[in-house]
Design a protein around this ligand. Structure first.
Ligand code: AR6
Length: 169
């Protein structure tokens, strides 16, 4: 199953995959970080679709087209804001990954790339987030054949190193 997971360091907006995941906010209003990068690279049609969707609760995920991106779909997932670990942050982060994969499957996406959801502006500790992300995706892939490739697209070296260590376990 590890051969269906890849770790890279780079910019998710440049990837040629069926779907990229966005680390969105629950208003789907756009923002900084990877969200800003995706809207900039994908063009205004993505925001027009987001406005029609209205919003997305924390832990859930919704889909728009990819606009000018190489990816056909953008899956807007809403991770939790870290507030110490007692506000169901672990479960909500896991749900954000799982629901993204469910949306990908519904759209027949065979390849999906994730950013490190919640580990930027939302302040989730990186190591803890990496373990949750890796376990959630591994569990999903072991039970479901439909998605052929998941890429963890790490932007910073810290996250890249953390995921590389998880892959080697
Ligand atoms: N490609 C891949 N990863 C990236 C890119 C990129 N182009 N740019 C940043 N990252 P963040 P969050 C990494 O802050 O913590 C927004 O304003 C970044 O290094 O983008 O979930 C939203 O609208 C980090 O590892 O998302 C929300 O309001 C990871 O992406 C809020 O931020 C996630 O960092 C969401 O915060």
């Amino acid at each position: 199953m590890n051969n269906r997971i890849q770790i890279i360091q780079g910019d998710i907006t440049e990837l040629e995959v069926d779907a990229i995941v966005n680390a969105a906010n629950s208003g789907l209003r756009g923002g900084a970080g990877v969200d800003g990068a995706i809207h900039r690279a994908g063009g205004p049609s993505i925001m027009e679709e987001c406005r029609k969707l209205g919003g997305c609760p924390t832990g859930h995920a919704v889909v728009t087209s990819g606009g000018k991106l190489k990816a056909k779909w953008v899956i807007h997932a809403v991770g939790p804001v870290w507030s110490g670990g007692h506000q169901q942050e672990d479960k909500l982060l896991s749900d954000a990954y799982k629901n993204s994969l469910l949306r990908a499957k519904e759209h027949q996406a065979k390849s999906v790339a994730f950013p490190n959801i919640s580990t930027g502006i939302y302040g989730f500790p990186k190591e803890r987030a990496a373990e949750i992300a890796y376990k959630t995706v591994s569990d999903f892939l072991s039970r479901d054949e439909s998605i052929e490739l998941v890429i963890f697209c790490c932007y910073d070296r810290d996250n890249y190193n953390l995921y590389s260590q998880l892959m080697q376990r």
